[in-house]
Ligand binder design. Structure first.
Ligand SMILES: [Zn+2]
Length: 319
């Protein structure tokens, strides 16, 4: 009996050991599969970034999922997040809206070295920008967003007077460290046109920073996925640039993405139509002007803010 009991206990121990071993192997294989499968990794990152927009900024997530090659996404993009519920079309005979859309790129004491040879001509000094923000606040110039502009273009709501839109192209890291604190200090809002494949790379904003900026009332819209010359893109590439950037913003930040900023201000009829088809309602150019016409919502002009302006010269831009 002793030997039988002992051998029975021995079998039980062996069975438990075998179970533990099998469980260990299953766990190990599972971990290896998860690590080697890019779609699973991307799913984990995407879930983390979505959580970021509602659950506070976590700098450890939200940067890894957009570094790889841009995937082709030609499926229709569903509206996501806090969709502003804008009408799909504008009255072509409606009156143009006077609301200067100011165009900035970088705000820094020195031009950012990562941004190439044109950065100097695109960098407004931090002190200059602070003086411009102070001017807007002291003169009661309200910063409106593109949803408000669109509703005014549709004739369904009026705008405050005087008003202006502030836009920042390219999504450089300086916009978080220099422009954003000044905007908050003076109670102003702005729209940031980001190149979604660059987000999280050195010199650029992160998704966590963008989520924080949105919490403070800023808007984030599309400047394409990789900043190519859109008119020279193939149809397929064009679709990817327009839809992937919109998808990335909507998925990572939960912001309805309906405004496109053409890279380098470059567009043609095909690009305008592709942008409409991809779900954009408005697009901004680098063409100079202050009137947004409902007849031409995909080619809105802007006002370039050059470096070195006096406050008086700046005041002239927003009249
Ligand atoms: Zn740009």
């Amino acid at each position: 009996m002793r030997s039988s009991a002992a051998s029975s206990r021995g079998r039980r121990i062996a069975s438990v050991a075998l179970l533990v071993l099998v469980a260990g192997i299953v766990a190990l294989v599972g971990a290896l599969v998860a690590r080697g499968d890019p779609s699973r990794s991307a799913g984990v990152v995407a879930a983390g970034t979505v959580a970021t927009s509602s659950g506070g900024a976590d700098p450890s997530v939200g940067t890894g999922g957009h570094r790889g090659p841009v995937t082709v996404t030609t499926e229709p993009v569903e509206p996501a997040g806090d969709a502003p519920e804008l009408p799909a079309t504008l009255p072509a005979a409606g009156a143009a809206v006077h609301a200067p859309i100011l165009m900035y790129h970088y705000v820094d004491d020195e031009p950012p070295t990562e941004m190439g040879p044109y950065a100097a001509s695109l960098t407004v000094a931090t002190g200059e920008f602070r003086a411009q923000a102070a001017y807007l606040a002291e003169h009661g110039v309200e910063t409106i967003d593109f949803a408000e502009l669109y509703r005014a273009m549709a004739g369904i709501s009026a705008l405050p007077t005087p008003r202006v839109l502030l836009t920042f192209d390219d999504g450089g890291a300086d916009l978080y460290t220099h422009a954003f604190p000044i905007l908050k200090q003076y109670g102003l809002t702005a729209t940031f046109f980001i190149i979604t494949s660059e987000i999280g790379k050195p010199g650029y904003l992160t998704w966590a920073q963008l989520a924080e900026m949105r919490e403070a009332g800023m808007s984030v819209q599309s400047h394409s996925a990789t900043h190519p010359d859109l008119p020279s893109c193939t149809d397929e590439r064009l679709q990817t640039e327009l839809r992937e950037s919109k998808r990335a913003i909507e998925q990572s930040l939960g912001e309805a993405t309906f405004v496109l900023c053409y890279p380098a201000g470059s567009y043609d009829q095909r690009v305008q139509e592709a942008a409409r088809d991809a779900g954009y309602l408005l697009a901004v150019t680098t063409d100079p002007g202050k009137e947004s016409s409902p007849a031409t919502p995909m080619v809105l002009p802007r006002v370039r803010v050059q470096p070195g302006l006096s406050v008086g010269q700046f005041a002239g831009l927003i009249e």
